[in-house]
Design a protein around this ligand. Structure first.
Ligand SMILES: Nc1ncnc2c1ncn2[C@@H]1O[C@H](COP(=O)(O)OP(=O)(O)O)[C@@H](O)[C@H]1O
Ligand SMILES: O=C(O)C1=C[C@@H](OP(=O)(O)O)[C@@H](O)[C@H](O)C1
Ligand SMILES: [Mg+2]
Length: 675
């Protein structure tokens, strides 16, 4: 464990556990513990009640408190429990300033002190207060209010925002009820590790955590730093400071759509970020200030070829990314042209950068040496922002898009002999500067590059896996199913609809189901009771025929297979499914199924392996048959379910929600992805 702070100060409302928890944290760290109130009591030789004349005169108390606080903050390896009024009280000093503010400033200046806000629900505070018999001498009433309850509610209201301004992090202590161990572990973890995050919406796709973590590993500083994805919706960005407290964030990488909004939240903004009109990097100082930087322009600058003097440069696009390019190329403005959809609309760019603006429809590669794509064209589609026929070996083409790695623009340009620069270059170069700002260490390009390649491979594997996983949904009616569809994992691409749970399933229901499922690939399953499902159907044949005309797959039990008429002309592919909820399948049985269900597109075997040997047998079956899906049921077989998918099972199933499983041992989509 490495703690770089000299000491820790605990602040927060009365009865949040500052004294009790502080003592335990100190013991765990092998540090000294001091309670500010106890120091005051010892110094005065009186109780707090006596010093404040039963809460009537707080002036002397606050004055002594301020002096002792200042002294205690100079100590090292010490956990300091402050009184609840520290940094937030409204007692006015002789020279007219509130002691609360004077103390807040003292705490702010103590930049080697890690300040933790302990927070409890106000009702919990009141309950604890009432239960503590020692309170009268130690915690006199604070205001002109006559009862403690009202006093505490009022203090909580006014003080909480002030605590939040002082603290580096917040730790919730409402439900501790004497079980401090979790809280202590959280405090020690937050004290030892600096957490960095990338914020955005969406944010899961971001490579930042992977590339930073790879460098922590390489430099052996993994115990000092962590890096997380943090999804923040545009509506919530105003609460950034609360997130910072909650997660104990120190470095924040900002991605779309927040690069603009965070500028209002930062305390200071670096000149280049101002020029870029965007902040993509926030560093929190020990004094709790948020400083906004832009490293995107550095990313562009460091990715450009070294000889660009006198070269003609075309920038495609006029959004935030293009602006970062303009800042990077400021010295070459005279040779730069920005291409936009409508040249009349981007005149502010000419004003601030004195570049030329033209319509992208008029782009002609002959007039340029370096072409930079700063539009999003090519990210989600196989499109290209310009005509590439005139691009040749005299050109350098740089695409800021890094997913896909090779955009259509880059592929076509490379074919024509141009030198190309991948978007990942820029991504790495901007991240390297962030890494220095967050850690004080230099990052290594090669380490970051290989982390990206590994992550791209992993994401490809995951998307290949996702394309074969069907999230299983049931409901008593179509409406209930529609509601559940709104709530399922956003990564779900395929759905199995368990129609056997719909009461009195009608042909009309099936049409409605097909409609609400239209954006997914869907398996229609109406499993009969005798096959382990929930359905009793009078018109099974009719139901299946209808479903076969509307869905991508239908599931038919192997024992019904021969009874089904010819469905080969229908839209749906056919899954012949076999279930054994108690045992493994024998080779004879499997041979029989293959013999009887020749017309099936997929043979699905859902069985219950009894041993490791059974599991291995299942996996080796996947090598033998190329249209086989193996589903291992049973609580012990969760990882086997996932393995089967990895080893080539044509299908796998996932529970829509942790609480709603349609087969024994089913796992969720996320379980597959994490594994
Ligand atoms: N996690 C907890 N569970 C139950 N009671 C608690 C807890 N934390 C504090 N208390 C009670 O609340 C009162 C205040 O605790 P203390 O550590 O002195 O808090 P503070 O210094 O923040 O005022 C004490 O009576 C203590 O017994
Ligand atoms: O909230 C306050 O202003 C006070 C809280 C008390 O400490 P605890 O927070 O440990 O109760 C103590 O310093 C004094 O009674 C004033
Ligand atoms: Mg205390």
């Amino acid at each position: 464990m490495s703690i770089k702070w000299a000491n820790i100060a605990l602040i927060g409302m009365r009865c949040t556990g500052k004294s009790g928890i502080g003592k335990e944290v100190a013991r765990k760290l092998g540090w000294e513990f001091v309670d500010l109130d106890e120091e005051i009591i010892a110094f005065c030789g009186k109780t707090i009640d006596e010093i404040t004349k039963s809460g009537q005169n707080w002036h002397d108390f606050r004055e002594i408190e301020t002096k002792i606080l200042e002294k205690l903050l100079l100590r090292e390896k010490c956990v300091i429990s402050c009184g609840g009024g520290v940094g937030v009280n409204d007692i006015v000093s002789k020279n007219g300033d509130e002691y609360g503010e004077i103390q807040a400033q003292i705490l702010k200046n103590a930049d080697k002190t890690f300040k933790i806000l302990l927070h409890s629900d106000i009702n919990v505070i009141i309950k604890r207060f009432k239960n503590d018999v020692k309170n009268l001498a130690n915690r006199p009433i604070l205001s002109s209010k006559t009862n403690f309850e009202e006093d505490l509610v009022m203090q909580n209201f006014y003080r909480t925002p002030k605590y939040k301004k002082i603290a580096h992090t917040i730790v919730e202590t409402s439900d501790a009820e004497w079980n401090f161990s979790k809280i202590i572990a959280e405090i020690i973890q937050k004290t030892s590790i600096k957490t960095n995050a990338v914020i955005g919406h969406p944010v899961k796709h971001s490579m930042s955590p992977h590339i930073h973590q790879a460098c922590y590993q390489k430099l052996a500083i993994k115990s000092e730093f962590s890096f997380i994805h943090l999804e923040i919706k545009p509506m919530e960005i105003e609460k950034l400071r609360d997130y910072i407290l909650q997660y104990n964030l120190w470095g924040i990488s900002v991605t779309t759509p927040h690069k603009d909004a965070v500028m209002k939240i930062c305390d200071k903004i670096d000149d280049f970020a101002k020029k870029c009109n965007a902040v993509n990097t926030i560093v929190r100082t020990a004094k709790n200030e948020l400083i906004g930087y832009n490293t995107d322009y550095i990313g562009v600058f460091n990715s450009l070829p070294s000889e660009i003097e006198g070269k003609k440069i075309a920038i495609l696009g006029a959004g935030g990314a293009a602006r970062a390019c303009l800042v990077a190329l400021e010295k070459h403005a005279i040779n730069t042209t920005v291409f936009v959809r409508d040249a009349r609309k981007s005149s502010d760019l000419i004003d601030s950068f004195s570049v030329q603006i033209a319509n992208i429809a008029d782009f002609n590669a002959d007039f340029f040496d370096i072409i930079i794509n700063a539009t999003s064209c090519g990210h989600k589609s196989e499109e290209c922002p310009i005509d590439t026929s005139k691009i040749s070996d005299k050109h350098t083409v740089f695409d800021l898009i890094y997913s896909p790695l090779y955009t259509k623009l880059l592929c076509d340009s490379q074919k024509n002999g141009a030198k190309i620069i991948l978007g990942t270059q820029m991504l790495i170069n901007q991240a390297m500067r962030q890494f220095e700002l967050y850690t004080g260490y230099f990052a290594d390009f090669k380490t970051m590059e290989s982390a990206i390649n590994t992550e791209i491979l992993r994401q490809n594997e995951v998307s290949k896996m996702l394309s074969r996983i069907f999230v299983s949904i049931f409901g008593h009616g179509v409406e209930e199913i529609a509601k559940k569809l709104d709530l399922i994992d956003k990564n779900a691409q395929n759905i199995e609809i368990r129609a056997d749970y719909i009461e009195n399933l009608s042909l009309f229901d099936i049409e409605n189901l097909a409609q609400i499922m239209s954006k997914y690939r869907t398996i229609f399953t109406a499993r009969k009771k005798e096959h382990g499902g929930n359905g009793r159907f009078k018109n099974y044949d009719e139901i299946m025929k209808k479903a076969a005309s509307l869905f991508d797959f239908i599931d038919i039990d192997v024992s019904d297979f021969a009874l089904m008429g010819d469905l080969s002309s229908q839209k749906a592919k056919i899954i012949a499914s076999y279930h054994d909820f108690n045992d493994m399948i024998s080779q004879e049985k499997l041979d029989e199924i293959y013999e009887n269900c020749k017309k099936a597109d997929i043979i699905k075997i859902a069985i219950t392996p009894q041993s490791t040997k059974d599991c291995i047998k299942c996996l080796s079956l996947l090598e033998k048959y190329d249209n086989l899906a193996i589903i291992a049921m049973g609580e012990n077989c969760k990882s086997m379910r996932i393995d089967a998918l990895k080893y080539g099972s044509k299908l796998a199933f996932a529970a829509a929600f942790e609480s709603e499983k349609t087969a024994p041992g089913q796992v969720t989509l996320n379980d597959y992805v994490i594994y």
